[in-house]
Ligand binder design. Structure first.
Ligand code: AMP
Ligand code: MN
Ligand code: MN
Length: 329
């Protein structure tokens, strides 16, 4: 890992321009890491283009990130970049319509913290023990003496704050707090950023959330809390998919449950799954088996079945994982 980090840093230091990308439907770590690195590079005089797979819709709570207003999507994204960096993206298929650019890049650098990463780059800086991809970029900057300006700090902070669940998940190590102390010192306005990231929702979203929460069902035998929404729910409340990223974070709070499942019709006929676990069940392996990925406690995939078939199938899968594990103390 260490030598890969140094190789990646050297490639970036000698590049004149870099194309940056993150995974489809980006979260705070994907966007924060990409834009954080973007600002670090441009402040060093390296030109950078950042983007993610179409549709280029930035979730409203990340729209404040410096650079989020000037992202590049297909067909404008460089077709064969000299150097391309993907961040927070565990496999090449999560690049969707940017995949051809990654395949054509002369040098592809992958910076990620998913244990399920497939090492699809020429240089792969993968550390599953890092709380966020943003933390790997922070380490790289510190190790190479790269300046982190206030725009970069805001972006890297967002990656770390979101992927640690506001410093609550078990990936919240002392290193996280040290990094965040440095970023706060550079000038991240913690209170307004926190409100924008986590505590600011349109009333329409809150009413939509009410429907999805009231739909929650508890499978007591498998200690699973389950809910779903479809296109009709989104339309009824006038809510967009990017606005709904945090819904799973409310559902997973059910005390009775060890595993939380949310099944979403994200576009007509497209079914996405979010799974969360308290740690006893490895939801990443359940999702990897179904063509997705993630972390032990947070993972997802795109289902080929309908909403209710997906729920039924996952009840069996979680049940099987629980009986494999055996009774807990
Ligand atoms: P989500 O439930 O969408 O918030 O995603 C939880 C975790 O699973 C994140 O680390 C995602 O990067 C990962 N993940 C979600 N969907 C997929 C997918 N289709 N393929 C690979 N990883 C995914
Ligand atoms: Mn992510
Ligand atoms: Mn991440």
């Amino acid at each position: 890992m260490e030598s890969q980090l140094v190789r990646a840093a050297e490639i970036l230091e000698s590049a004149s321009s870099v194309a940056l990308a993150c995974h489809t439907s980006p979260d705070g770590d994907a966007l924060g890491t990409m834009l954080g690195l973007h600002h670090i590079l441009t402040s060093r005089g390296i030109s950078a283009v950042s983007g993610f797979p179409s549709p280029l819709e930035v979730p409203p709570h990340y729209a404040f990130l410096p650079g989020a207003e000037s992202l590049t999507a297909q067909p404008a994204y460089p077709a064969a970049p000299e150097v391309m960096v993907t961040v927070d993206c565990g496999s090449i298929d999560r690049l969707d319509d940017l995949r051809p650019s990654a395949e054509a890049a002369r040098t592809l650098v992958v910076i990620d913290h998913h244990g399920s990463n497939t090492n699809y780059g020429h240089v792969n800086v993968i550390d599953p023990s890092a709380a966020a991809s943003a933390l790997i970029v922070f380490r790289m900057a510190r190790e190479r003496g790269w300046e982190i300006n206030s725009d970069a700090a805001m972006c890297l902070y967002t990656g770390i704050a979101t992927d640690t669940g506001r410093f609550q998940f078990d990936n919240t190590t002392p290193e996280v707090f040290r990094a965040v102390a440095d970023l706060a010192e550079i000038g991240v306005p913690i209170a307004p950023v926190s409100r924008t990231l986590f505590e600011e929702h349109r009333l329409a979203f809150m009413k939509f959330l009410g429907r999805v929460l009231s739909r929650c069902e508890l499978d007591a035998e498998r200690q699973m809390v389950i809910s779903w929404y479809d296109q009709a729910d989104l339309e009824y409340f006038g809510v967009t998919m990017p606005e709904t990223e945090s819904v799973i974070d409310f559902i997973r709070q059910a005390k009775e449950a060890e595993v939380a499942l949310l099944v979403k019709e994200s576009a007509p006929g497209e079914i996405k799954v979010s799974l969360r676990s308290l740690g006893g069940i490895d939801v990443a392996s359940i999702c990897v088996e179904r063509g997705g990925g993630g972390h032990r406690m947070a993972a997802g995939y795109t289902s080929r079945m309908g909403i209710h078939e997906t729920i039924a199938e996952l009840k069996m899968a979680v049940g099987a994982a629980m009986s494999e594990r055996g009774p807990t103390a």
